[in-house]
Design a protein around this ligand. Structure first.
Ligand code: AMP
Length: 368
């Protein structure tokens, strides 16, 4: 289905075209008409499916058609991480601009001053992490009474990260007559429960089976003992030097140590994790996106919002404790129809984790 057949208004269509999108992705084709009709929606979709545009385009169209300009925001997009907030802000900016819709990205870890100044002048759309938004709300810097569209993105991650209380508090401040949209890569019972509580007869769409991994990703496991992992990683990185690679680590400490080990071996790598400042994380991400450096090390939380189109390779230096994290990790490659490789290193102690992952995805990884 082409965007031009989706009932999208001319200025938005022009901006979509300028971005180089012609055909809708599956989730866009299915969710845009539902959202334009004003219905609530639950989308079970992984990152890389085009879900940002799937909710962003119709949401902005509806706001654009409302045409009112006021101080108070009318739409709120809640996300689990700062990086995802920034990424959604960037992805939607071109669409907002053509409709003169003012958007603001709000997250913690930086001074609130600038965010407060923009709020004072008036914004239409807020893209925020729950903690900082709640902070600003409690200080009286933001009025949520005019919100008529709410999006919860990566709802499963928000739950994992313990944001559910903050979300519930924010929901109390938002009118109940709003349109609500929820997106999640996985649909654990708790998410369903939350959806039932906060949505009105939502339409549910499922663009890939729950917890399935993307077909376009070749997934291989390498059985390697802990102390041999650095050598194996170095071999892969040297073998395909120009292949952009995102390496996942469970812990901040492990990521720092691995970054040091790789640097000693003459490899140029950058590292992002929760102990680094927001600015340092953003700088590292930009250098990786601009291909100044081809290897980025990240912990799971720091990596959640990363969207680098055509990222060809993800390496799991260690296996995640939580199998669903595996699905999120490898979803960073094979995005928007591109082919990707996911390599996982598994030591003897990690074998039970591998079994859990294979149970979740429903097949055995190829052994490399
Ligand atoms: P998302 O799942 O929203 O993170 O999107 C994944 C990637 O797909 C992003 O790099 C988008 O720019 C890209 N994308 C989204 N929709 C389309 C489309 N219809 N055609 C081509 N690329 C798209």
């Amino acid at each position: 289905m082409l965007f031009k057949d989706m009932g999208i208004i001319a200025p938005l269509l022009k901006a979509i075209h300028k971005k180089g999108y012609e055909e809708c992705t599956d989730i866009q084709m299915r969710s845009i008409p539902i959202i334009l009709k004003g219905n609530d929606l639950i989308g079970c979709a992984q990152t890389g499916t085009g879900k940002t545009a799937a909710f962003g385009i119709p949401l902005l169209q509806l706001l654009g058609l409302e045409g009112v300009r006021q101080i108070e925001p009318r739409a709120l997009i809640l996300v689990p991480t700062r990086e995802l907030a920034i990424q959604i802000g960037e992805a939607l900016k071109d669409f907002s601009d053509v409709l003169s819709i003012r958007q603001l990205v709000i997250y913690g870890g930086v001074s609130q001053q600038k965010q407060v100044e923009v709020l004072r002048k008036g914004v239409d759309v807020i893209i925020a992490t729950p903690g900082r938004l709640l902070d600003l709300y409690r200080q009286g810097h933001v009025n949520l009474k005019k919100i008529n569209k709410l999006v919860l993105d990566e709802a499963d991650n928000m739950l994992d990260m313990g944001f559910v209380h903050d979300i519930r508090k924010l929901l109390k401040a938002i009118p109940s007559g709003r349109q609500s949209l929820m997106f999640s890569a996985t649909m654990p019972t708790q998410i369903r429960k939350l959806a039932n509580e906060i949505m009105k007869s939502p339409v549910e769409i499922n663009v890939s089976p729950v917890s399935s991994t993307v077909d376009k990703i070749s997934q291989t496991v390498y059985f390697v003992e802990k102390k041999e992992k650095v050598a194996l990683l170095t071999k892969f990185l040297n073998l395909e030097k120009d292949l952009q690679t995102l390496i996942f680590m469970r812990t901040k400490h492990g990521a720092d140590k691995l970054a040091k080990d790789l640097s000693k071996k003459g490899l140029q790598v950058l590292c992002i994790h929760g102990n680094k400042s927001q600015n340092a994380r953003q700088r590292a991400l930009n250098s990786f996106k601009n291909r100044e450096v081809d290897v980025l090390l990240a912990t799971d939380i720091a990596a959640r919002g990363i969207d680098i189109s055509e990222l060809p390779r993800v390496i799991n230096f260690d296996l995640p404790e939580d199998s669903e994290t595996y699905v999120h990790r490898i979803g960073r490659t094979g995005r928007a129809g591109k082919v990707g490789k996911a390599l996982s290193f598994c030591s003897t102690e990690e074998k039970p984790l591998l079994l859990k992952i294979q149970k979740l995805i429903g097949f055995q990884l190829k052994v490399g």
